[in-house]
Design a protein around this ligand. Structure first.
Ligand SMILES: [Zn+2]
Length: 294
């Protein structure tokens, strides 16, 4: 574990105390710095070829607007110690937030892009937040607001993607490679979608056979027991065969029976084999092995 990971620099500015306007990109749901007017430029995250800026132009909302909008919170305990929080109707990319409970505190994985008293209360009732990690920059959500709410909990940002952070905070820490962030919970750099795209391996999950939280590094397809891989799901841009193989290789040391994606999709059993056979199918097609069938 990185030294000082959970130590907040006492010289750093404290969390927000004044009411401020937090601007949220309406398309990706990522929080931006508090300024009087919304950012003048398009959202950097959405201007990238993995996202999109609507034809009608960049749209902004605020954290307060989202909290006031009519919505409900869906809470599910997926397996002992693994909880999922979803906002309905969905927002931005429609991400789900996963909370992994451990005796040393909770991992908040893919933090919500909204922030409201009901969700705060639910998270607090589950033991709060010890550390916040987004699988990749599209999932930064309102990570700074959530950190401030829970005692400036460390926000781990992958070094390779650090430049995508829109709202800075003293709680942000960089990581790379692999990192056991809490006992039995290991972050693994899988790459592909972003150089720092990460998965979280929960060793005690799936009755001790391992559970993987994958963001969208790996995407379950319908309810089929298969997955796929893309650089951009909204823009239907595939990943290269080399990057898909590298994801598989980087997961090789970790057993996992189930996996859960940011959309709520999952593989309920034998997930590691599902990833392997799906990667083989994908690579066969994208390298032209089946071109005689097209
Ligand atoms: Zn955006």
């Amino acid at each position: 574990m990185t030294a000082g990971l959970f130590t907040v620099d006492p010289a750093a500015p404290a969390g927000q105390t004044e009411p401020v306007t937090i601007w949220i990109c309406a398309t990706c749901g990522v929080e931006h710095p508090d300024t009087e007017a919304p950012p003048a430029a398009d959202c950097l995250i959405c201007a990238d070829d993995r996202q999109w800026v609507p034809e009608s132009g960049q749209a902004w909302t605020t954290l307060d607007e989202l909290a006031a909008a009519d919505h409900r919170l869906v809470h599910e305990e997926l397996e002992p110690g693994l909880h999922r929080l979803s906002r309905e109707p969905g927002l931005g990319i429609g991400q789900r937030t996963y909370l992994v409970r451990t005796p040393r505190g909770n991992l908040m994985w893919d933090p919500p892009n909204h922030f409201d008293p009901r969700t705060v209360e639910k998270v607090a009732s589950l033991g709060g937040v010890a550390v916040i990690v987004a699988s990749h920059p599209h999932m930064y959500g309102s990570q700074v607001s959530w950190s401030e709410q829970f005692g400036d909990a460390p926000i781990l940002v992958h070094s390779a993607d650090r430049h995508w952070v829109r709202r800075e905070a003293s709680a942000i820490r960089e990581w790379s490679g692999t990192l056991e962030v809490l006992p039995g919970v290991t972050l693994v750099t899988a790459g592909g979608h972003f150089p720092g795209s990460a998965v979280a391996h929960v060793a005690a999950g799936s009755e001790g056979r391992g559970t993987l939280l994958v963001g969208d590094t790996i995407m379950p397809v319908l309810d089929s027991g298969w997955v796929t891989f893309e650089r951009s799901y909204p823009n239907r841009i595939p990943l290269s065969p080399g990057l898909v193989q590298r994801i598989v290789d980087r997961l090789a040391p970790y057993p996992f029976e189930r996996l859960y994606a940011l959309t709520g999709g999952r593989i309920a059993a034998d997930a590691k084999n599902a990833v392997h056979r799906s990667a083989r199918r994908y690579i066969d097609w994208i390298t032209g092995r089946h071109d005689d069938l097209g």
